[in-house]
Design a protein around this ligand. Structure first.
Ligand code: UDP
Ligand code: MG
Length: 333
């Protein structure tokens, strides 16, 4: 049955609470058909051992493989499986948001669908939540499973963010537990479209705690991040957490002003002394350097304008095409 319901009712609305499970687990999945079933079974096993009621929500982020078919099959077999399918690939951030909106639990855990976030950490997340934390971060202990370049990219990314964004994301991951309060704040009070979950979950504050974990190798399939995808995430993150780059533009202007004063005085002295034909090379370099500074500055300002434009258009962050396990409630939100 193809529903083709294109729904996005903006922030704030959740499926009406029926029988509310204690814990909701949100799994963003893009082409994870190979491993999704095992992920569901493993996570359900852990939660069952914890003795909590739960639901697992898979958000199929426009997969081209059989991910959603697997989810549908799983939902037939197990009542605790629910799934949403986006009309195309909207990105992990959108998938996480859709999952948070669909979740009904008193606590919501977000976890990768490739089992790189070890479900064995879930009991620790629950323990810290019961001890009073509203947000529990699972923090990477090491990055040994990442390749050299992936590690290097992560370092640049996190370094830039902690410098400019004043949030510490060193080794942070999207593997987290959020209390219902935190979830409600994230989906109702932060309506921004360019979202960066890792940063937002820290930004909201409340009692936060963290648990270290070792990143597991991928259970199946391959990593989904392209370099371009990462750059775009980094840009969103920086732009939405800080306007420091704009201040850098101003700083750059001040530096060039000082430079201009020195070079200008020098030129003036040369002119007074009568040898005003010299300095062609200086002129050329100055022009080139200034030109690049101006272009870079325009680019930075342009990025912010683009962000404003994106937010202003008010397009939905994602479109849901199909859902399973949502009974008679409207699919997702
Ligand atoms: N993912 C997604 N949409 C995307 C890319 C990734 O929902 O456009 C999901 C993916 O299925 C996985 C998680 O996000 O569950 C992390 O992706 P991946 O394993 O590729 O990244 P990494 O482990 O390198 O962070
Ligand atoms: Mg992964």
């Amino acid at each position: 049955m193809v529903l083709l319901e294109v729904l996005d009712t903006g922030p704030g609305k959740r499926p009406a609470a029926g029988e509310v499970p204690l814990v909701s687990v949100v799994l963003p999945a893009h082409n994870e058909g190979e491993g999704i079933r095992r992920a569901l079974e493993t996570i359900a096993g852990v939660l069952r051992a914890c003795g909590v009621t739960f639901e697992l929500i898979v958000v199929d982020d426009g997969s081209r493989d059989d991910t959603f078919a697997e989810v549908q099959e799983a939902a037939q077999r197990w009542a605790w499986v629910r799934g949403l399918r986006f009309s195309r690939n909207f990105g992990k951030e959108a998938a996480l948001l859709a999952g948070l909106r669909a979740a009904r639990g008193k606590a919501v855990i977000t976890i990768d669908a490739d089992l790189q976030h070890p479900p064995g950490v879930i009991p620790d997340l629950l323990r810290l939540w019961r001890d009073g934390a509203r947000v529990v971060h699972a923090v990477k202990r090491d990055r040994s499973t990442d390749t050299g370049t992936a590690r290097w990219r992560a370092r640049v990314f996190n370094g830039l963010l902690s410098r400019f964004g004043r949030i510490d994301l060193q080794n942070a991951s999207d593997f987290k537990l959020l209390d219902r309060t935190a979830v409600d704040v994230l989906i109702e009070r932060l309506p921004e479209r360019g979202r960066f979950y890792r940063g937002l979950a820290q930004w909201i504050g409340f009692a936060q705690a963290s648990v270290p974990f070792n990143v597991a190798p991928r259970a199946a399939g391959t990593g989904k991040w392209s370099l371009l995808g990462l750059i775009s995430l980094a840009t969103t993150a920086i732009l939405s957490f800080t306007s420091a780059p704009l201040r850098i533009v101003t700083l750059l202007g001040l530096v060039t002003l000082v430079f201009a004063a020195i070079v200008g005085t020098d030129a003036l002295i040369s002119w007074v002394l009568g040898n005003n034909a010299a300095g062609f090379l200086t002129l050329e370099f100055t022009m080139l350097i200034l030109g690049s500074f101006i272009m870079i500055s325009l680019g930075i300002v342009g990025e912010y304008i683009a962000k404003i434009y994106e937010e202003l258009k008010g397009r939905p962050t994602y479109l849901v095409e199909q859902s399973v396990g949502f009974d008679d409630e409207p699919p997702a939100v």
